[in-house]
Design a protein around this ligand. Structure first.
Ligand SMILES: NC(=O)c1ccc[n+]([C@@H]2O[C@H](COP(=O)([O-])OP(=O)(O)OC[C@H]3O[C@@H](n4cnc5c(N)ncnc54)[C@H](O)[C@@H]3O)[C@@H](O)[C@H]2O)c1
Length: 454
């Protein structure tokens, strides 16, 4: 099938009109519809957003590939604490990105409109606030924060500077999640009282024991730059390359994995934050490589009238595909790589109860038309029951779409889909989970302060 050619502005306009329909297909029948869009790459240079990368690690290099393919952005600057990553980022840009010593030098350089922040979590606030105060718009990786208070400081910086900030749980820009939101808002799931999600892994890489590059040493790695305001510690390549394993730099499972889930749940449910969080977990197996839990369970209670169960372990890989199940009285919506709506078709069977009644009463019971409607076997008839529907996202990935959301926000000077509040609250849930698990106590949210109750 021939691809249709449209320019970027038309595409954004079209996406806004078709909303969740763009890039989404129902079942297999319309499969060809989604990805037949090609960009006109002749954007005028003065419409391009020049972007500098603070931190060009594993995630940033993936993101850079997407950004380099997006018309409207130009990667002009990079900085990092490890030489190997700088080298690879410069290679990726075909030598076009200029290298800066650190984030301060990069932020002071002329000609940079926006920055991508892909540093470890404990540095996010420092880099975000410095970028906002330097007048840059920002795309910052999830989790927005390392502590709840970090979030309040970044919110204050946004209010002060008026800059645009997008947080990087990119899946909320995917057509799948937009469609999920639309289905939930339409009421098709009935009353939703429970949501659950599990992410399990059972490999060293899955547990963040990543390979360390053979050329990494005290000459190629800037340890002080990595530490920032974190507690002083002797040089450690394990800490530098596997920082998710250590509380000094990361909130572990909660901030790495649950944050994506919580961003989606808040987005599709139109919810802000749970009123109460209870969690349990510990470090049971990977004791030599970390100080964060390898198993974590959390229960969240929302004032909007639903609860959430989250769980993750690095010690078993059943339920390894992260999907979020939204359980309603009329149907279940599973949000993952695809979206599946399974209607409830509730059928009652009180036969074992009325079978204990006198025969005449049992017979009378089944003559009642209301009972025949809800309990008789013909209710299983495939012509009567509602069947499953599924949608698949095809074509462009959610990171590219999330950057386009940022681009639109920058042009219109309106905050994008995952603004500072969304990022702050999703990360705050993760921090509440960690506080609850470590103190073995419930933790409460204070909506008036947008923070944890003292
Ligand atoms: N959105 C997603 O799907 C997704 C996926 C993976 C990671 N992430 C997030 O991206 C961020 C980075 O994760 P990663 O897996 O790429 O980690 P990484 O360790 O591969 O990358 C971090 C990079 O930051 C560099 N760095 C450290 N201190 C620095 C400083 N002071 N200034 C500049 N650079 C510095 C490191 O050298 C490293 O290259 C994290 O916040 C993580 O949660 C998001």
């Amino acid at each position: 099938m021939k691809a249709s050619k449209i320019n970027r502005r038309e595409f954004i306009k079209q996406s806004a009109v078709t909303g969740a329909g763009a890039g989404l297909t129902l079942g297999l029948s319309n499969r060809a519809r989604a990805s037949n869009v090609e960009y006109d790459r002749n954007d005028s240079p003065n419409e391009r957003i020049t972007i500098g990368f603070i931190g060009v690690g594993a995630r940033a290099q993936d993101v850079m590939d997407d950004v380099l393919n997006l018309p409207g952005f130009e990667v002009v600057a990079v900085c990092d604490a490890y030489q190997g990553r700088i080298q690879r980022a410069v290679e990726r840009t075909g030598g076009r990105a200029k290298v800066y010593k650190d984030h301060r030098e990069l932020l002071a350089a002329p000609g940079i409109d926006a920055v991508y922040i892909g540093t470890p979590d404990h540095l996010h606030k420092t880099h975000a606030v410095a970028a906002l105060e330097a007048g840059k718009d920002v795309y910052i990786e999830k989790p927005l924060t390392y502590t709840v208070d970090d979030g309040l400081e970044i919110i204050a910086a946004i209010k002060k500077t008026g800059r645009i900030l997008q947080v990087g749980s990119q899946n909320v820009s995917s057509p799948i999640q937009m469609k999920a939101k639309e289905i939930i808002e339409s009421g098709r799931l009935g009353q939703i009282t429970m949501i659950r999600s599990t992410t399990n892994r059972n490999t060293a890489g899955g547990a963040w024991i990543y390979p360390i590059p053979p050329d990494a040493n005290e000459q190629t790695v800037n340890w002080e730059m990595f530490l920032g305001n974190a507690p002083k510690h002797r040089f450690s390549l394990e800490r530098f390359f596997r920082w998710r394993c250590y509380k000094d730099y990361s909130g572990g499972i909660a901030t790495d994995l649950f944050v994506h889930t919580m961003t989606t749940i808040h987005y599709v449910m139109g919810a802000q934050a749970p009123e109460c969080v209870m969690a349990a977990g510990d470090l049971y197996r990977w004791k030599d490589s970390r100080d964060v839990p390898d198993t974590l369970n959390a229960i969240l209670q929302y004032p909007e009238g639903f609860t959430v169960n989250l769980s993750a372990t690095f010690n078993n890989q059943s339920a390894s595909e992260r999907s979020i199940e939204i359980l309603g009285t009329k149907g279940t919506l599973a949000i993952g790589r695809e979206l599946t709506l399974t209607p409830e078709n509730p059928i009652d069977d009180n036969g074992w109860i009325v079978g204990s009644w006198p025969r005449s009463l049992e017979e009378a019971y089944y003559k009642d038309p209301k009972i025949r409607e809800t309990e008789m076997p013909q209710r299983w008839d495939p012509k009567v029951i509602q069947t499953e529907e599924s949608w698949r996202g095809l074509g462009r990935n959610s990171t590219a779409l999330h950057f386009e959301s940022l681009q639109k926000a920058i042009k219109e000077r309106k905050q994008p889909v995952e603004d500072v509040f969304a990022g702050h609250r999703a990360a705050a849930v993760a921090h509440m989970i960690n506080i609850s698990a470590s103190k073995k106590k419930p933790v409460y949210w204070d909506r008036s302060r947008d923070s944890v109750k003292a």
